[in-house]
Design a protein around this ligand. Structure first.
Ligand SMILES: [Zn+2]
Length: 137
């Protein structure tokens, strides 16, 4: 993921505010850039319907509404983010199962276990988890 520092800070602020539960949200990517590489342009804070420390799910209506908003702007859904409040920022089995429904999407996980948030990006394909670089502009 390539993201501006202020936008990333907004995402991290969301993770810190929801410390009692996993936060989750969606990141819009703009592919209309000079070199064609996607740039994160919006962070949408979603509600975790489970309000849980161990799992998250974005309400289907909110997901659809946000996808439409992104499309209206000429963007696309590039990444889904969520936090791990007490474990490492590595995809859980629940995450792997969820990711199976979203091929090609990047997964951003914010780990809060060590105080300072740790952000990691992944591409998940089946049981194959590949870490992607995070570039902060
Ligand atoms: Zn997770």
């Amino acid at each position: 993921m390539v993201i501006g520092a202020a936008l990333l800070e907004d995402l991290l602020a969301h993770a810190r505010e929801e410390y009692d539960a996993e936060c989750c949200g969606m990141v819009a990517y703009d592919r209309d850039t000079p070199d064609g590489s996607p740039l994160a342009v919006r962070v949408h804070r979603a509600e975790n319907v489970f309000a849980s420390r161990t799992r998250f799910e974005i309400d289907g209506k909110e997901l659809l509404r946000t996808l439409n908003e992104f499309e209206d702007e000429g963007w696309e859904l590039g990444a889904i983010y969520h936090s791990h409040t007490h474990t490492e920022p590595y995809p859980s089995q629940t995450d792997l199962n969820f990711a199976a429904n979203w091929p090609g999407l990047e997964w951003v996980i914010v780990g809060l276990a060590d105080g300072e948030p740790e952000v990691r990006c992944y591409l998940i394909e089946g049981a194959d988890v590949r870490e992607l670089p995070l570039e902060v502009l």
